[in-house]
Unconditional design. Sequence first.
Length: 104
Amino acid sequence: MKIIAIEQECPGAAADAFHRHARAEALRAWQLYQAGVVREQYFRADRSEAVLILECGTLEAARQALDSLPLVQVGLIAFELIPLAPYPGFARLFDSEFQVKESH
């Protein structure tokens, strides 16, 4: 399952606390990338928050993976998880058209 994870800074998080954990955070993110859990990593263009694309069997597996990040463990950030499903719109629009054409 493909999942979007949007970082949210926790209230009261101090900037210097992020710096103390930056190397450990980067190492764990890289390990999750190497394991095929984190497939893509971005920063939002409008603020300093990460947006991750994960590939996990369940939302719970995604949550567990993200909970292993040091910044999550020390309460500086959390993630909103958004599960994705294939877009069904094309089938609704074109499925009957293609079935008719294919039968000729």
